[in-house]
Ligand binder design. Structure first.
Ligand SMILES: Cc1cc2nc3c(=O)[nH]c(=O)nc-3n(C[C@H](O)[C@H](O)[C@H](O)COP(=O)(O)OP(=O)(O)OC[C@H]3O[C@@H](n4cnc5c(N)ncnc54)[C@H](O)[C@@H]3O)c2cc1C
Length: 442
C-alpha cells in the first residue's frame, strides 16, 4: 500500500511527486510513455535533440514562481535566458522590444508617444487585484480597447496569444495578462540540455527522495476501496493508496477508467461541459548552417491578411549542446486546424523558405507533429496543448478545483492554476501542500 499514486509524469505530476516524497510520503508514479515529461519532452534524430512541445519557460527570473519551486526542491536544472529582446514580425515589419517591463513600456511609448499615459496605466492596472478580478468575464480584445486606440500597440501586446491558444477576441483577459506579464517582465528561459533533460532532472530528484516511477505503465482503471483507491495498470498490476493524484487528461481518464469514482459537483460539471484547448502543428528542422544564418530570425510571425500566426524558435542559439557542430534547430508552431500533415507542412515550409533563404540546401532533418502525435504521446484529448480552453465562452475558461473527489486531486494544466509549464508546476506544489497539510514552499 502506497500513500499516494500519481497518474502521469508530466510537469504537474513530477513536481507534486517531488514535494510529497520530500515530506516523507510513499509515492508511486505511473507513466504510460517510455519517458517522463508529457508535453514537455524531447526526441532525438540524427544528432539533433528536438523539443517536441514546451521549451520556452516563464516564471524563471529570480523571484519567478517556477524558479522558486525548482530551487526549493533542489532539482538540478539550469535555465538560460533566451534573449534580451522579443521579436514580433507583423505584416513583414519587425518590432523588437526588450524583455523587461521598463524596457517594454519605454519601447511602446517611443513607438506611439500619444499612447504613453495609457501604456503606463495599462501596466499599472494589470497588477492591481481589484482590476484583475473584473477581467474574468471579458475578452482580451475588449480589455485592450479600454486603454488603446493604436492598433499596433494592441497587436504587439497580443502577439503571445499562442501561449494560451485563443485569438485575442476570444481569449479571457485574466489569463492573458497573467501569462503575458511573466514573459514581458522576466523574459523567456530555456532549460539547458533541452526539455527532456529538464524533466529527467526533476524525475531524478523524485527518485532520489524516495519516490518510485514506473514507465510504460498506463493506468486503465480506478476503483474505490475501503482504505482509499486501487489503480490498475494495463498489465493488470494493482496499486493501492490512500490518495490519488491525477496528472492525465481529466475527462479522458475518468470517462474511460473512473466510472465508479464519485467526483465532486464542479468536477462533474466540467466532465460534461468542459471544452478543451487547441493543439499545435509543429515542424522541427535540423539544418547545417552558421550562427549568422539563423540569428535574429526567431519570434512571432503575424500575417493579418492571411490571418496566420506562427512562432519560430531557434533553441540552438541559446544552447549549443542540443545539436551537432555547425548546425542549428528551427522549430515552427501553428495552431492545428485539422488539415493533414502534408498540407500543414507545406504552409510552414512556405513561411520558412521566405525567412531562411536557400534553406532546402541546408536541411539535414525535418520532423513534424500534429494533434494526433500529441494525443498518442500524452493522451490529452485531440493532443490539446493547454488543458481547458481559455476562451470567455460559457464552455471555456473553466478550471478544476485541485480536490476533485474524496482524496482525489488533479494537477497539471487541467487544474485550477491554468496551463503552461509554470502553472502545471504551481499546481503540483499546491497539491503536495494540500495532501500533507503543509503551507509555504517545499
Ligand atoms: C506543442 C506544444 C508547445 C508548448 N509550448 C509551451 C511553452 O513553450 N511553454 C510553456 O510553458 N508551455 C508550453 N506548452 C504547454 C505545456 O507543455 C503544458 O501545459 C504542460 O507541460 C502540461 O503539463 P501537465 O503536467 O499538465 O501534463 P502533461 O504534459 O499533459 O502530462 C501528462 C502525463 O500523463 C501521462 N498519462 C496520460 N494518461 C495516462 C494514464 N492513463 N496512465 C499513465 N500515464 C498517463 C502522459 O503520458 C503524460 O506524460 C506547450 C504544449 C505543446 C503541446
Amino acid at each position: 500500500m502506497y500513500d499516494v499514486v500519481i497518474i502521469g509524469a508530466g510537469i504537474g505530476g513530477l513536481i507534486c511527486g517531488c514535494g510529497l516524497a520530500k515530506y516523507g510520503y510513499q509515492v508511486v508514479m505511473l507513466e504510460q510513455h517510455s519517458m517522463v515529461g508529457g508535453c514537455c519532452t524531447s526526441f532525438r534524430r540524427g544528432g539533433f535533440h528536438f523539443d517536441a512541445g514546451a521549451h520556452l519557460l516563464s516564471g524563471c527570473g529570480s523571484g519567478g514562481a517556477l524558479y522558486r519551486i525548482l530551487k526549493n526542491l533542489e532539482a538540478k536544472t539550469d535555465l538560460i535566458k533566451v534573449n534580451d529582446y522579443e521579436r514580433i514580425n507583423i505584416n513583414n515589419i519587425c518590432y523588437e522590444y526588450p524583455t523587461t517591463l521598463m524596457g517594454l513600456k519605454k519601447y511602446l511609448c517611443e513607438l506611439q508617444p500619444h499612447e504613453s499615459e495609457n501604456i503606463y496605466r495599462f501596466f499599472k492596472d494589470i497588477r492591481s487585484k481589484k482590476i484583475k478580478d473584473r477581467l474574468k468575464d471579458i475578452s482580451y480584445t475588449v480589455f485592450l480597447d479600454r486603454y488603446f486606440d493604436s492598433k499596433i500597440i494592441k497587436t504587439i501586446l497580443s502577439a503571445m496569444w499562442l501561449y494560451l491558444g485563443n485569438e485575442p477576441s476570444r481569449l479571457c483577459a485574466l489569463d492573458a495578462v497573467d501569462v503575458f506579464y511573466s514573459y514581458w517582465n522576466e523574459g523567456t528561459y530555456y532549460p539547458q540540455g533541452g526539455a527532456q533533460t529538464f524533466v529527467e532532472n526533476i524525475a531524478q530528484k523524485f527518485v532520489e527522495t524516495g519516490g518510485r516511477i514506473l514507465l510504460s505503465k498506463k493506468a486503465i482503471r480506478i476503483e474505490k476501496i475501503k482504505q482509499g483507491y486501487e489503480i490498475i495498470d494495463h498489465t493488470g498490476q494493482v496499486y493501492q493508496a490512500e490518495f490519488v493524484v491525477n496528472n492525465s487528461d481529466f475527462k479522458s481518464f475518468f470517462k474511460s477508467c473512473g466510472a465508479n469514482v464519485k467526483l465532486n459537483a464542479i468536477a462533474a460539471d466540467l466532465f460534461n461541459h468542459g471544452k478543451e484547448s487547441i493543439a499545435f502543428f509543429c515542424s522541427y528542422w535540423g539544418i547545417h548552417c552558421d550562427d549568422s544564418y539563423v540569428q535574429s530570425k526567431s519570434g512571432w510571425y503575424i500575417d493579418e491578411k492571411q490571418g496566420t500566426t506562427f512562432l519560430i524558435t531557434i533553441p540552438s542559439l541559446t544552447d549549443r549542446s542540443i545539436c551537432p557542430d555547425k548546425c542549428h534547430i528551427i522549430d515552427v508552431f501553428t495552431p492545428c486546424d485539422g488539415r493533414d500533415k502534408k498540407v500543414q507542412l507545406e504552409r510552414q515550409k512556405m513561411l520558412i523558405e521566405s525567412i531562411f533563404i536557400n534553406i532546402e540546401s541546408k536541411v539535414i532533418q525535418v520532423e513534424t507533429a500534429n494533434y494526433k502525435t500529441f494525443e498518442r504521446y500524452t493522451s490529452n484529448y485531440h493532443g490539446c496543448a493547454y488543458g481547458w480552453d481559455h476562451s470567455v465562452t460559457k464552455e471555456g475558461n473553466r478550471r478544476l478545483p485541485y480536490l476533485i473527489g474524496n482524496n482525489i486531486y488533479q494537477v497539471g494544466h487541467w487544474a485550477e492554476s491554468g496551463s503552461g509549464v509554470m502553472a502545471a508546476a504551481i499546481s503540483g506544489q499546491l497539491v503536495a501542500q494540500k495532501i500533507s497539510g503543509r503551507e509555504g514552499l517545499f
